[in-house]
Design a protein around this ligand. Structure first.
Ligand SMILES: [Cu+2]
Length: 129
């Protein structure tokens, strides 16, 4: 997932560089705030609805311009939010909606402090009781 994103970014960068020349080729790419940890995390099975969904990124993110959503397996948005922690600029969380047993998708679209938007999604499962 991460590797795929990186390589598509690289291809995108290559195309842009071809179009715009050295201007784009010289832009820094290392500081993107990629997702490094999440609770619940990808492919997790949890026994009950988590109180919060928390994501930690590799760099600072701007809560005001970021969004986390939880979707059901049918793609319906069940909850969203973007709560930042002042002394933890790499973390974002949201209050989780009440979730029946089933599969859910956490989707994130965040603005990292270097100005780039990073987006992705992963699945977790609430197990039946
Ligand atoms: Cu970046």
């Amino acid at each position: 997932m991460k590797g795929l994103f990186l390589s598509s970014r690289r291809i995108g960068g290559f195309v842009a560089a071809a179009l715009l020349g050295a201007l784009v080729a010289g832009s820094p790419a290392l500081a993107h705030s990629f997702l490094v940890e999440a609770t619940p995390s990808s492919k997790d099975h949890v026994a009950a609805t988590p109180k919060t969904i928390k994501l930690r990124f590799g760099g600072g993110v701007e809560p005001k311009y970021s969004k986390l959503t939880v979707e059901g397996a049918d793609g319906k948005v069940l909850g969203e939010g973007s709560i930042g922690v002042p002394d933890k600029p790499r973390e974002l969380s949201m209050d989780a909606p009440d979730l029946a047993p089933g599969k859910y998708v956490v989707r994130y679209r965040v603005l990292s402090v270097d100005g780039h938007v990073v987006e992705g999604n992963y699945e977790f499962t609430v197990d039946p009781k």
